[in-house]
Design a protein around this ligand. Structure first.
Ligand code: GLU
Length: 533
């Protein structure tokens, strides 16, 4: 009865079913909370914009159940709109496959820096002086949109100088590298960030110091900048502190001095209204973020300009690469050289206590704690960044192959067995022979079964993947007649779904080898594999 029901419904081991098995762990139903808990363990948030359809359907569907649990049919209904992302998450295909242990390490690093008491909260304007020195937050977002936050991650604060790399990226995105660098250099200045000083060509040294950032401000448009900020942050919190803007303007004598000097030296594009640009500069400093939203901005930089949680392309790869290069050499005030040496990652700090840190191709991080050291960098932030690269091999020049003393969270560990069944059946389902070859080569058990006792051979036969069937039989010597939970063999599947080529392969194989011979041949499987791989 099971068999006919199953066939009538046309239920094959679809991606949805494979996902169901993974989460159900042998049970008939998945309680909704079990699903969301399992989801969060992968690093995805239920509020992720890429899971909108799934979450909406889940809400609607749960109202129709009496026990808040999903059977295979209801589960499929909920997940099918976002099945690609969900499958990636549960097959541990994200950049940090074992996200939970990674987060535990992050929390340890956070706790370690929490105890630091040194540093001074900036007090040149009241909007900064009011912050408690105890505030401390770390948020991260990976290039796959995995999220983790710890501490005061929802408190708004101003980007201040952390906006400098962002506006530089926007300028390059809009105008290209060559145009932007007609006006601004690419060299660390060796001088304090707000010095009234230009390079030998009478240009600001780089876009991360005030002079360069003020010129850079003249290259971007007021009308589009907030749109860029929102997109960089995947539409999470971006605000504006008008009080900060007013205070910055009132106390900004040095920046006015720089502005006039830049004007005298003809550093701006022709026709620029310098005082309007200074206002715009102060406004950009006054853009508010939270640690959480800024981590998404950093992640967009880590991800080549694509926002991980919306998938939207915000910045050109050229703009992002330039930005990371200059953050690496010039992002940390007069600590930039030492930071590049010890941490080896692009970062930008600001006077509000933020450090925007990028681990290219892995994740973006925002650290925030108001007390600053003598050079103007967040004391706890610096500690966190330093500790991060002593634990993980994230330093740009850490050797990924041979430097075994550090952890590499990019490497897979953990639940190998469950993962391998899923990967195996998935490859059989999609007809991916080369993946199967790799599995066989890494001595995976090619006869593994899922919760319905189905094997890769069942799945390949039902899907009509002749080449896969041949590979499993001839190279891997798998049992040709395994029975699934409904008593079906791969031959039954091939016949039922009318895959005549597969039927022929299975029948020829049966005639060639008796079951006893097959078992004996299995011993020679490795030799045969050499020929076929
Ligand atoms: N508003 C400050 C200035 O332009 C920003 C300081 C900073 O974050 O480095 O001087």
């Amino acid at each position: 009865c099971h068999v006919s029901e199953r066939r009538k419904a046309g239920i094959l081991p679809s991606l949805e079913d494979l996902l169901f098995y993974t989460i159900a762990e042998g049970q008939e139903k998945i309680p909704a909370h079990k699903f969301t808990t399992a989801l969060k363990a992968t690093g995805l948030r239920t509020g992720d914009p890429r899971l909108k359809e799934c979450m909406e359907m889940l809400k609607v569907t749960l109202k129709t159940t009496s026990d808040g649990a999903l059977d295979r049919h209801l589960f499929k209904k909920c997940v099918q709109s976002n099945i690609v992302l969900l499958t990636q998450a549960f097959r541990k295909k994200f950049v940090i496959p074992d996200f939970q242990p990674f987060c535990a390490h992050m929390d340890e690093l956070y706790d370690n820096a929490k105890n630091l008491s040194g540093g001074q909260v900036a007090d040149y304007i009241p909007q900064l002086a009011r912050f408690s020195p105890d505030l401390w937050a770390v948020a991260l977002c990976t290039v796959d949109g995995q999220r983790h936050t710890v501490g005061d991650t929802k408190v708004p604060f101003c980007l201040q100088s952390c906006v400098k790399p962002l506006k530089y990226a926007i300028a390059v995105h809009d105008h290209g590298t060559e145009y932007v660098h007609r006006f601004i250099g690419k060299e660390p200045s060796g001088l304090r960030f707000n010095k009234l000083f230009l390079n030998e060509d009478d240009k600001p040294h780089n876009p991360m110091v005030n002079a360069g950032a003020i010129v850079c401000t003249s290259l971007i448009k007021v009308s589009t900048v907030m749109n860029f900020m929102n997109k960089l942050a995947g539409n999470e919190y971006v605000g504006f502190s008008n009080a900060t803007f007013q205070s910055e303007r009132e106390s900004g004598d040095r920046n006015f001095a720089i502005g006039y000097y830049l004007k005298e030296k003809k550093c701006f594009p022709e026709g620029t209204d310098m005082t309007a640009i200074l206002d715009f500069y102060f406004q950009l400093c006054s853009i508010e973020v939270t640690c959480e939203s800024a981590s998404v901005m950093a992640a967009t930089l880590a991800n080549g300009g694509f926002c991980p949680i919306t998938g939207e392309r915000v910045l050109s790869p050229e703009a992002v690469r330039n930005t990371l290069s200059l953050m690496h050499s010039c992002g940390m005030y007069d600590f930039s050289g030492q930071f590049a040496f010890h941490v080896g990652l692009p970062a930008k700090s600001g006077v509000a206590g933020g450090i925007l840190l990028v681990v290219p191709n892995v994740m973006g991080v925002m650290c925030w704690s108001p007390p600053l050291d003598k050079l103007g960098n967040s004391v706890r932030g610096i500690q966190f960044c330093t500790d991060l690269v002593s634990l993980f091999n994230f330093h740009n020049y850490d050797n990924l192959r041979h430097f075994a003393k550090k952890l590499d969270p990019r490497r897979e560990g953990g639940d190998q067995r469950v993962k391998s069944v899923i990967n195996l059946l998935f490859a059989a389902y999609t007809g991916d022979v080369s993946a199967l070859r790799r599995f066989a080569l890494s001595s995976m058990d090619m006869e593994q079964r899922d919760y319905d006792s189905r094997t890769a051979l069942h799945v390949a036969a039902a899907e009509g993947h002749a080449e896969v069937v041949r590979f499993l039989l001839e190279a891997c010597k798998v049992n040709p007649v395994p029975r699934d939970r409904w008593g079906n063999t791969p031959m039954d599947e091939a016949v039922h779904f009318g895959h005549h080529d597969v039927v022929t392969i299975l029948r020829d194989y049966h005639t060639q080898y008796s079951p006893q011979e097959t078992a004996a041949n299995k011993e020679n499987a490795e030799q045969n594999l050499d020929g076929l791989l």
